[in-house]
Ligand binder design. Structure first.
Ligand code: URA
Ligand code: SF4
Length: 214
């Protein structure tokens, strides 16, 4: 199965998922968007009002800001994968609950395994906690750490920066560092020269998937 096919199967599974209570109130599930060959994966919190209406991540106010932040790093949405720790909207945008995070984690793990990004950027504390349990975002934001086969950089959530003006320079500064961090990650992972098209073919050929969720 190609990476593209794996991602579509995950999205399809998510669309009919009833593994946690969030399925009861969702309008559209939001599995995540982006190319199978993405070198960078962003992981946010969960769908909000507009995402629940449209079925796509970061399409509301924080999405507009995320677009500006991506531009700051010389990136476009077309080349990154954007997902969330929960794929269905928590009612009233409340925080996702531990059992919801646990239930939804299998999809996120399957997406990470399929895409195999060089860098994961966590946006906000829920996705940060997945990789850095107990870390304080104010202390670690913008710092890249190797975790297994990839690097993870915790960052503030764009919505937090929208609501707290004091965080804005931090998140802008962290995004500005991303291009250099990507080169550093590529070197460390031996992915210096990347032919994107070739990469997705190799990923498809080299890494037969054993996804047990289907
Ligand atoms: N906030 C998130 O964390 N994720 C989205 O998809 C939209 C807003
Ligand atoms: Fe399933 Fe995740 Fe949606 Fe819960 S949030 S119903 S686990 S897809």
């Amino acid at each position: 199965m190609s990476t593209e096919q794996t991602l579509s199967r995950i999205a399809k599974e998510v669309s009919t998922c009833t593994k946690c209570a969030l399925h009861e109130s969702r309008k559209k599930s939001v599995p995540g968007d982006g190319p199978a060959s993405a070198e960078i994966m962003f992981i946010g919190e969960g769908p909000g009002f507009h995402e629940n209406e449209q079925g796509h991540p970061f399409v509301g106010a924080s999405g507009k800001f995320l677009d500006q932040l991506l531009a700051q790093a010389g990136l476009t949405r077309g080349e990154v994968f954007i997902a969330n720790v929960v794929k269905c909207r928590p009612p009233g945008n409340r925080d996702p609950l531990p059992d919801e995070l646990a239930a939804c984690n299998v999809y996120l793990e399957a997406q990470i395994e399929a895409i195999n990004p060089s860098i994961i950027v966590t946006l906000g504390r829920f996705s940060m906690n997945k990789f850095f349990p107990g870390a304080k975002i104010s202390a670690v934001h913008g710092q890249m750490k190797r975790i297994g086969e990839r690097f993870v950089i915790p960052m503030f959530h764009p919505a937090a920066a929208l609501h707290q003006a004091a965080l804005k320079p931090s998140i802008l500064g962290d995004f500005a560092k991303l291009p250099d961090q990507l080169n550093e990650a590529r070197k460390a992972l031996g992915r210096m020269v990347i032919d994107r098209k070739k990469k997705s073919e190799e990923v498809a050929a080299d890494r037969p998937k054993q996804l047990n969720l289907f």
